[in-house]
Structure formats: C-alpha cells, structure tokens
Design a protein around this ligand. Structure first.
Ligand code: BMA
Length: 822
C-alpha cells in the first residue's frame, strides 16, 4: 500500500538576506513566518499584513519588491518508518519557479520550470524521525533578466521581455488586463510517498467505431517497484457499476483492452448527455489509480466551403458538426492557489449556462488544475488547450527546448484522457508577432523565427506520440499565408478595439473560419470598483481607475467606443453602465453575425466564436464578460441569447431589416416567427407572423422586413415562439443610440416570487439592467422591453430592498421601490 504523507502543514518562509551565507540564513532563527502550501509568498505576506492588497488602489506598485527578492522555505517533518525494500519519493506538484531543494542538508532537486511536477527518490536521504526540507526560490524576474543579458532581448507584446526565457506563467509578468505580480512558492501540493510498489502512467485512449456501436478501452498501467500478486484492471460504467474486469500479474507494463457494445456517447453541452466511464487499476495491497473517460470521436474538419475560397475549420463530435460558441479562459486569480475547486466549478458553470460549448485555455496562463478539466468533462465544455507560449519570439536553444519537451510530455500525459479535450494548440499569437517583425508570412525570413521548430516539430511530435487522437494546431491564430487570413484556419479578430478600431457593428465583416479571439472592454461592476477604489477616486478618468485598465491606450480606446455609441457619462455609475451596454451590443453583433455564417453541411463558413475573455484575475476594466467578483456583465447575457440552441438575428441594412434563424439542434424545429416594427414611442408600424420549419443544425435566412419604414427611427423586434413560449428574441434599435431621443419607458417592476420579477413598460426601453444582491446571476438581464409584453426574470439571490434598475436614457440608477411608487 502506498503511504502518502501530505507535506502542507508547518512550513515557514522568509526573505533571503543576500549578505548572509545561505546555510547561516537558513539556520538563523529570526524572521521566519508561517507559510501556506500550496501557496505563494504574496498570499502569506498579505495574510500577516506585511504587504497591502495589490488588488486595491495603486498597491500593486508598492509590492514589486516581492518579485525581486529570493525566498527561503523550510519544513521539519517526521517520516514514517519504512520496511525493507520500500521506496520513498518526495513529490512536488509545482515549484514556482527557480527552485533548489535540500533534504537533511543534501541537494536533492533543482527545478526551473513551474509547469513540471517533480518526483525525487529520497529513500537514501530520509531519516527515521525528524527530517528537514529546505527550499530556495530565486527571483524569477532577476534570473530571467540575467539569462536575457547573456542571450539577448527578444520581441514581445506584454510584460517584461525576460519572461520569454522563463517557464513561468507568463501573465505573472503583467498583461494588458493583469497586474505585475511575480509570485514564488510551492504553488501545488507536496507529499512524501512510501511504497513497495506503486502504479504509474495509467492510460486509456478510448476509441469508438465509425458507426458508434462499439467502443474500445485499451487500458495500460506501469507497476513500479516490487510486489507479489496481481493487478486488477476494471471498467466502470457511467452509473458506477463494474462493466468488466481483468486480473494480470503485477509486473512491469500491464495492458488490456475492454470492448463495450452500444456505448453511452459523450456530447458537448446542449447536444446530448455527458456520460463518463471510469477505468481503474488496483494492486492487492489496496493501492489504486483511476481515470474518468468518455466515449466520443472528435475531428477538426478543414474541407471546401461551397462557393467560397479557402476551407472550413470546424469541430465534429460523434460525426456531428458543432458550432463552437465559447470563450477564452485566463487564470482566475493572480495567486493561483486561491482558485478553489468550487470557484472553478462556478466559473465554468457560468460559461455552460451562457450556452457556450468551448473554452480555450490561453497560452499565457497555466495548464489548468485537474478539477478544471474534470468539470469541463461533466458540463460538456470542449477544451481548446494552448501550450504555454504567448505573444513573443521565444528562444529555442537546446536547454530551453529540453525543458519544453518535458513540460509538454507531462501536460499531454496528464490531460489526454479527458473527454472534453478537443485540441492541442502550439501557442498564442506567436505567428502573429513573427509576422509583424518580418519573421513569418509572405516575404518573411523564417530563419529569425526560432520557435518555429517548437510549434511545427517538437510539440506535434509529442502530441502524435502521446495523444494521436486529439488534433494538433500549430498556433492561434494560424492558417493561410498570414495569421490574419480570413479563409483558412483560425483568426483573432482585433480589427475592432485594436488595429483599425473598426466600429463594432462591422464585426461580421471581420469574420474568420473560426474566430478564436475578439473582444470589447467594459468596466467591472460598480460594487467591485467601490471595494477597491477610494471614494475620492471614483470618477471615470481617475488615476486609480486608469491604473485598473492595463491595455495600451485602454482608457482612450474605451472612450472612443462608448462615445460612438452613447453620450459619455461623467459619473462613475453612468460610465460603468455605458461601457457595459456598449460591450454587450458589440459582442451581440459579433456572435449573431458569425453564427449566421454557420450555414449548413458543405458550407460551414464560420464555425466558432470564442470571446476574449471569459474571466478576470483581479478588479479591472478589461474584455472580460464576468468580473473578478464573479458578477456577469451585461455582455454575458447578450452572448447567452445569441448562443441559444435556437436563435434569431436581425440586422438593419439599407434595404430593410434582414432576419435569419439558427437551429443548432439535431432536430427540425417548428416555430412561429413574430416580427414587429415600432416607433421609439412604441406605436406599432407593422407586424407579421410566420409559421416556420427550421432545418436541423442549419441557418435559415428569413428575408427582409420593415423595408418601408425609416430605419433611423424604427425599432425592429423578432421573436421565435414554440409551444406558447418565446424561445428566442432580438430587438434592433436605430444606431447610433446617442442620436435617439428616448421617452421615459414607464417601467413597472413587480416582485412576483422569492427570486422572480415581472417587468412591463408603456413605451420601449433599451438596456434595462437590474441589480440586486452582489455576485448574483440572473436568467436574463440587460433587457430590451416593448409595450404589450410582460417579461419574467429570475435570479439566484433577490434582495428586494436593494433592487435597482437603469436603462438607456435614464439619468441615474433607480431603486425599484421608488419608481413603483411614482
Ligand atoms: C489577445 C490575447 C491577449 C490579450 C488580448 C487583448 O490576442 O492573446 O494577449 O490580452 O489579445 O489584447
């Protein structure tokens, strides 16, 4: 039986005194303080008040010394007694980053890659009774700058350029949405394992026949050490019952393939269930290891697009093409150990509840925690997994590539069994920066693109050897002669916001076969801002507010987009609302426009839209659609509406309002389409009802409506109804909104249940934003309301006494009680 002794309690840490010899520094009694493991020095300094909270005000600037300091950790622990022939391994799941480890005075490990867990055999060094572990973390910033001084500065976007030489989460160096917080510490678990034999490398690359009638589960496991007896391999069904088992002598590599007829298939969210099988290996002494796997096929299809140049880029799961609406994921905190399993689950559930089916783990963060992928398996969220390279011209010298190889092998071995894993991707935007410096693309000198061999040889070799069933893609964005190509591969659409600062209404023009990034900034919630900004700094352009917007030219660009859309408010509550309304409109335009191009079989022109970005790591004005307090912004609800299984779209052109519907389900849908044209005062100009049959997994164009009305003063509303309820809606108002004179809507809000409200208006209302308890999620919000309808919305936590509403044209946020009385 493997005895596992977690080594999490009792650690101490202190700043290294550079003038003192290392051993004396460790031996000195003074200055040691309790350290959390898993943890970071910042968290422990914060806990004892030795640094101010870097998320608050301008404090980030005052804590930079932490990242420029070397840190010492030590632990005394009692080792269990060992029997003869037993092994002992010290396991460090994550060391951040340049670490040296001594056990009882002997150097047992040097590690320079945060992403590689280490296992060290220590039977020879371990003492019976008390043992002493010591760890030195050198400043990653200073070490990286030392390497850079030797090997040369390289081009990049975001952060200190030395990061390109350091295998540490790249966002720790600061990003255009994140602070500079250079952590150090034992950021994942530490334990001592004592065993006669242990199980390693349990693997099961499930496959399914072309007709999906039969699945194979080829289980393999390595038995390390010596044990007399057998290993039992088992397959458990989604209900937890043992489906089959096999007993083999426990020696070396053991393998057996289980077959299952009519397996339960795993589907992405909204397309079917997520049944998960378990494969388990067990030794007679009780040691066991298990994996949860799913039966599904996944293919990345690049085929001709009828009547168009280039090729498609869509994911097919179990033979079904899937439009991948979704989001980019960044680490949910600057201090990684703070992200609890519950927080992962909450955030990913928010994504699933917004009708998303894909999450991209972006290359400037980390290979996420196991729980992240477990939850994605359970929720049916496909994972686009980047390798951890972002926005830089990375080196490729032998030593560096050896570290990358180790890192990639560990990541692929750890994650390959997840049903949710859809794609391995070489990097984030490294082809784009290579393009921009003349090292790639037409006329580019590829000899300057050192990392090309990493993305096109090293990583694909690792993936095809260890995980051949999952597609590999060299980079995001990639494909076509250069990385902004619209006809081949994936694309990052930054023509809006960055680049040309194109109007967001033009998103549809800047399509790609798969848009893996695009986004628009907004402020976080007012409540979150008030928790980190001093009262005298609570105005739109204050120093503190601008410190909490890390984008180059961020506040200026944001003002342009707000000012293109609505009059720019001078007060903070108005500014928060205006920025969030604008972001919601922008993303609605992108999702609806691109999903319209999902087309049909043989004509999948645009097959995915992943918003930059789902989440935040601190309180900041950023492209996130959920702020760091967990509060969804209005854009969240806009995306949720645009990605409904069946949705409707309207766009106003010179010829009238073009209307279309998307049926993302596997069945024909019979629906009623209601179209209305109204004046801003709410007078109905025309109305039309049509019975429709929407073909499965297709877009249906529904023609032009309201051509006879003046587009500058007409509201066009489309709803799809099924079995007496509205299943999708879209309301288009004349744009830009800032030109409109909007009447008071006469909003009426009634609390109709513990968590439900009913809303109605006497004149049209644009962008009704409800707030109640903080951190609450609504089933819908940021509503466009029209006379003649009553909308019921629900929320997780309703606090009627704190209920407020605001809408476009309102002078201020109103307490619901107040205008009910009026
Ligand atoms: C992208 C990302 C990030 C960045 C974002 C916004 O392309 O890859 O590097 O935060 O743009 O600029």
């Amino acid at each position: 039986m493997t005895h596992t002794l977690p080594l999490h309690a009792g650690w101490q840490f202190k700043a290294r005194a550079p003038q003192t010899p290392l051993n004396d520094d460790f031996a000195a009694d003074s200055d040691w303080a309790a350290a959390s493991v898993p943890g970071t020095v910042h968290q422990d300094l914060l806990a004892t008040g030795r640094i101010p909270d870097p998320n608050v005000g301008l404090n980030e600037l005052d804590v930079q010394w932490v990242g420029e300091t070397d840190w010492l950790y030590q632990l005394e622990f009692d080792a269990p007694s060992m029997e003869s022939g037993e092994q002992a391994d010290l396991c460090f799941d994550g060391l951040d980053t340049f670490a040296k480890v001594w056990l009882n005075g002997e150097l047992i490990l040097e590690s320079e890659n945060m992403f590689v867990p280490r296992r060290v055999s220590v039977a020879g060094q371990l003492r019976e009774g008390s043992n002493e572990l010591r760890v030195l973390f050198s400043s990653a910033l200073l070490r990286g700058q030392g390497i850079e001084a030797e090997l040369g500065k390289r081009q990049l976007w975001n952060g200190d350029s030395s990061r390109l030489y350091v295998r540490k989460a790249q966002y720790h160096y600061g990003w255009d949405w994140g602070p500079v917080l250079m952590t150090a510490g034992l950021w994942r678990g530490v334990r001592l394992e004592v065993y006669a034999a242990r199980l390693d490398e349990l693997a099961c690359p499930v496959s399914v026949s072309d007709d999906f009638k039969r699945a194979e589960f080829p289980v393999s496991v390595d038995v390390k050490g010596k044990i007399a007896g057998n290993v039992v391999l088992e397959l458990l069904g989604p209900d937890g019952a043992v489906v089959a088992s096999e007993t083999r002598p426990a020696a070396g590599s053991v393998a057996h393939t289980f077959s299952v007829e009519n397996p339960a298939l795993w589907w992405p969210a909204g397309h079917g269930e997520q049944p998960l099988y378990t494969v388990r290996a067990g030794l007679e002494d009780g040691t066991s290891s298990e994996l949860r796997v799913g039966v599904r096929s996944i293919r990345l299809i690049q085929e001709p697009v009828a009547d168009e140049p280039g090729s498609s880029f869509f994911f097919e799961v179990n033979g079904m093409p899937i439009f991948c609406g979704g989001a980019n994921w960044i680490p949910d905190d600057n201090f990684l150990p703070r992200i609890s399993p519950e927080r992962y689950r909450t955030r990913l559930t928010q994504a699933r509840d917004a009708n998303m089916v894909m999450i991209r783990v972006w290359g400037g963060g980390i290979y996420e925690d196991d729980v992240f992928y477990d939850v994605c398996d359970e929720l049916g969220l496909l994972v686009w997994q980047d390798f951890m390279f972002a926005c830089g011209m990375y080196p490729a010298h032998t030593e560096f590539q050896a570290s990358i190889r180790e890192e990639a092998e560990v990541a692929v071995r750890r994650l390959r069994h997840h049903a949710s894993l859809a794609l391995w991707c070489g990097n984030n935007e490294d082809y784009q920066i290579a393009n921009s410096v003349g090292a790639y693309g037409p006329g580019g000198d590829e000899s300057k693109f050192d990392a090309l061999s990493t993305y096109e040889e090293l990583l694909p070799e690792v993936c095809s050897r260890l995980n051949p069933a999952t597609p590999y893609w060299p980079g995001s964005a990639f494909g076509g002669p250069n990385s902004t190509d619209q006809e081949i591969g994936d694309r990052h659409t930054w023509d809006v916001w960055h680049g040309a600062m194109a109007p967001y209404q033009d998103y549809p023009k800047y399509e790609g076969r798969f848009v893996a990034e695009f986004g628009m900034q907004s402020l976080p919630s007012l409540a979150l801002l008030e928790s980190v900004v001093a009262p005298e700094e609570r105005f739109p352009a204050s120093r503190t507010l601008e410190h909490h917007n890390k984008a180059g030219d961020g506040p200026r660009r944001l003002n342009v987009y707000i000012g293109d859309t609505v009059p720019i408010p001078a007060d903070l509550p108005g500014y928060v609302y205006a920025s969030q309304l604008m972001q919601a409109e922008a993303l609605d335009s992108a999702y609806r426009g691109w999903r319209r191009r999902w087309g049909r079989d043989g004509k999948r022109a645009v097959s995915g839209a992943l918003v930059w970005q789902l989440n935040d790591c601190w309180p900041v004005t950023s492209w996130a659609i959920i702020d760091s307090s967990g509060q969804p912004k209005p854009a969240y609800y806009a995306i949720k509406g645009a990605l409904k299984p069946v949705s409707v779209g309207v766009t106003v052109t010179g010829k009238g309002a073009e209307v279309w519907a998307v049926n993302g389900t596997t069945e024909v849908q019979t629906v009623t389409l209601d179209l209305r044209a109204l004046t801003l005062e709410g007078k109905e100009l025309s109305a039309e009802t049509r019975e429709l049959k929407l073909a499965a997994n297709e877009v249906t164009e529904l023609g032009i409506f309201a051509a006879e009305h003046d587009a500058a003063s007409t509201i066009v509303a489309a709803t799809l109804n099924q079995d007496g309820s509205v299943i999708a809606r879209e309301v288009r108002w004349p744009e830009p909104f800032k030109y409109l004179t909007l009447p008071d809507p006469g909003l009426k809000v009634e609390v109709t249940g513990p968590n439900a409200l009913s809303l109605s208006v006497t004149r049209p209302a644009k962008g009704v934003w409800l707030e109640s308890a903080p951190e609450t999620v609504w089933d819908d919000n940021m509503l466009d309301l029209l006379p003649g309808e009553t909308r019921v919305v629900r929320t997780q936590k309703l606090s009627p006494s704190n209920l407020t509403a605001r809408w476009l044209g309102a002078e201020e946020t109103v307490r619901v009680g107040e205008f009910e009385r009026a």
